[in-house]
Write a protein that binds this ligand. Structure first.
Ligand SMILES: *[C@@H]1O[C@H](CO)[C@@H](O)[C@H](O)[C@H]1NC(C)=O
Length: 306
């Protein structure tokens, strides 16, 4: 019965996917599968605004989330933040901006935001809890003008409420998240919603967190890029913890370049996670990680899997 139901849901999701608008610019730009660099180009050429991008994703979430169950909350202020980013771009068109300026980001529901959203690790136990302060990584994202679009589902309490007894991708608030590629397939966890939402074009990029496999495993199972930074490269302040030795916050994206743009925006020293971030910050290259992106880097490489 469950299998039939999940097949039905999956079919429904395919049908829902079909009529989704593909917002086109004057010529070749489409939002679906768009990279951050192509979005920034479309911003610069006045083919797209951050508000249009946010509206596209909100529409997409509205259509797909009843099936995929990967988003827990929408930020009621996301459209206002997008308008603000559009305004900044119009006024300061010649100023250098971060690649993340005006780009919508979803956050795992264990990452604090001091706004109208709850931070609950997927659990009803924390519903109604609004953090008094942004997490360190969220402070950095707001500073560069990224748009906080909402919170993603996860394996409740990172699966630590009852180790191995909670199905991957399940939390009480969101129910069972679905793998967008394999009907009834494992989503892995615990950053399931962050991976699924990126895979299904419900956002540009997202943040997940990992103690032991929680970014790279759902990235693998939902066919996106997941990057697990060395612990301390990104601040853990304001993120529901498991282990101070191992926890790390990292990007999930549709391309390596997008993951790097998000990474560049969130790395660095944070006095609230002082010891680990000051140590790791010594290794951040001048100019960040973007200069190391090499379009042809994979040519001639042999890849193995196990
Ligand atoms: C936060 O949780 C409360 C329930 O306690 C709910 O009424 C509210 O809508 C939630 N906030 C958002 C932004 O969804």
């Amino acid at each position: 019965m469950f299998t039939n139901l999940s097949h039905l849901l999956f079919l429904q999701s395919i049908i829902l996917l079909a009529p989704i608008i593909t917002v086109k610019g004057q010529d070749d730009f489409t939002i679906e599968e768009a990279t951050i660099e192509s979005i920034q180009r479309a911003f610069d050429e006045n083919k797209l605004t951050s508000l249009q991008l946010v509206d596209f994703y909100l529409h997409r979430i509205e259509n797909l989330n009843p099936v995929l169950r990967c988003v827990l909350e929408i930020n009621p202020d996301a459209r206002v933040q997008a308008e603000e980013a559009d305004r900044e771009r119009r006024i300061n068109s010649h100023h250098g901006r971060s690649f993340m300026h005006g780009i919508p980001v979803l956050l795992k529901d264990s990452i604090d935001t001091n706004d109208k959203m709850n931070t609950t690790a997927g659990s009803y136990a924390l519903l109604g809890s609004v953090a008094g302060r942004d997490a360190g990584v969220v402070e950095k994202l707001r500073k560069v003008g990224a748009v906080i679009l909402g919170k993603t589902s996860l394996t409740e309490w990172y699966s630590f409420r009852a180790l191995f007894k909670i199905p991957n991708g399940w939390c009480a608030r969101g129910g069972q998240a679905q793998n967008p590629y394999v009907a009834g397939g494992d989503t892995c966890g615990s950053s399931s919603g962050s991976a699924i939402s990126v895979a299904a074009n419900m956002v540009s990029v997202s943040l997940g967190s990992e103690t032991h496999g929680s970014i790279i495993c759902p990235a693998d199972y939902n066919s996106v890029v997941g990057f697990k930074p060395t612990a301390g490269l990104t601040s853990r302040a304001g993120v529901i913890p498991i282990s101070s030795r191992q926890d790390t916050i990292g990007p999930m994206a549709r391309s390596v370049a997008d993951a790097v743009h998000l990474l560049d925006a969130i790395v660095g020293f944070d006095p609230r996670d002082g010891e680990a971030t000051s140590e790791a910050a010594r290794f951040i290259p001048d100019g960040g990680y973007k200069p190391f992106l090499n379009e042809h880097g994979i040519i001639g490489k042999r890849l193995g899997g196990c």
